[in-house]
Design a protein around this ligand. Sequence first.
Ligand code: HEM
Ligand SMILES: *[C@@H]1O[C@H](CO)[C@@H](O)[C@H](O)[C@H]1NC(C)=O
Length: 509
Amino acid sequence: MSLSPSSQILTLGAIFLATLLLPKFLRWRARMVKLNAIPTVGNSGIFSSYISARRFKDHAMEILQEGYEKYPGRAFKVPFPDGWEVIVSGKTMVDEIRKANDQDLSPQEALTKILQTDYTLGRCVREDSYQIDVVRTALTRNLGARFEDLRDEIKDAFADEIPAKESEWMKVPMLYTAMKIISRTSNRYFVGSPLCRDPDYMKLNIEFTVDAFNGAKTLQHYPGFLKPLIRQFLTKVPAGVARAIKHLKSVIEERLRKEEEYGTTDWPGKPNDLISWLLDEANTEDRRKDIIYNIVSRVLVINFAAIHTTSVTFTNSLYYLAANPHIVQPLREEVQACVEKHGWTKAAMGQMRKLDSYMKEVQRLVGVSGLGMSRMAMKDFTFSDGTVVPAGTMVHTVSYALHHDAEVYEDPESLNAFRFSNMRVKEGEGFKHQMVAQDPSYALFGSGGRHMCPGRFFAVNELKALLGHVLVTYDIKFENNRGVPPPHWDGAGCTPNRTALVMFKKRAV
Ligand code: HEM
Ligand SMILES: *[C@@H]1O[C@H](CO)[C@@H](O)[C@H](O)[C@H]1NC(C)=O
């Protein structure tokens, strides 16, 4: 029997497609065979897993909790919106992730998948991520030297954003106000004044985080060759970068002019800020290429890592303070005593053990995410219990579930403000339980290892200065003495209620 011409074309087409898709299919099969060995939370049929992927968006916390309880210290898989991802818990597995090298489990590739880095934050920040070294070294080391500026900006930022009077309560939309204050104070440290106060620059740094996330969500649906076009026409990323260049170009050019004028990168009067620290590190020909765009991208990335996270942490801390007036007095007394002794300095912040404990405890109770560390398996990764995470699969540790484990924390659902400072007193251990410490029971900043958040020293010092200022300057409460509104979960991300108002009144002094 001979085939008609049209069915011949169809057959050829089918063979052509099959040869094109077969290798892809076989790779998918091989990966699925390996993944099938890992137990599933949610459903594992093709269609039902699609439904639970949708469910993950709204019920991530419950799904992660279910897996954590069913498979303690083991791995389970969860249908994320675009495929299976693996979740692990328990000290052994967490340690194995922490110790793995980037060629096996890559944090950069994880970020690239989540954030489409090349088309949002920029290829240069991924290929040569020296901005991370700058955060770890100069940005952290200069905290003492630059603390006065930070404090100065905090005072002015609150005076502008929360000009509450002694005579009446002022209602403040907390999360957005926190973002403005934190964008401004962080950027006093990063790029100096007056740029840090420029309303458009402040807004840009708040909006860029959201625009990059939304851009990534759009970009995820398109194949690689279309992404440059999609970035250009369907995301707000190029506009954000252009806006940042507009603000930062002349500042960077001025620094370059001075370098040239003095023939050295160490010219007199050089500002001690992020732009200088980045330029210091950009000490090779390669790193000096397209230098304006290069430095601007890194300033944007650091703002991206810093502002949303710190604002959420600050807002959570304020919400619990507004709802728990009995905690205010001991914290206020501690802040006043430390400041009396050391002034508003880094040394004073280091002495605020109760405040440190309180902030750590609030983030234990709510936090920023259901997940701790995220890595992409670059090759098949085998844990010591035999679990294999196939190449190309994301693996995460849990955060929220660990923080609410009754075997790790006594009475985990209630706020015990001085939980960690009491441990410090009881065990006589100065540093082990403080917020920035590597602590196997605490995953806010990751779980140790080379990639644990390098910005945490800056973040915690800034947060203490911010909360310390609120404590001595204002009385706060919720309207009608309401409690803390429940946070909003979107996938694994946790954000405090965006619209809740906190009432502020200036304290009489
Ligand atoms: C309360 C605020 C913050 C939270 C909760 C937070 C949380 C985290 C977490 C969970 C990681 C991943 C750790 C890992 O995968 O092992 C991380 C990485 C990072 N954070 Fe933070 N962060 C905060 C503030 C900051 C600030 C203020 C900066 C910069 C000034 C910053 C810069 C970074 C950078 C550059 C990395 C990547 C490190 C690497 O891959 O080696 N973070 N952060
Ligand atoms: C946020 O809190 C406010 C006030 O407590 C409440 O009216 C609103 O419904 C909450 N929003 C969400 C999304 O939970």
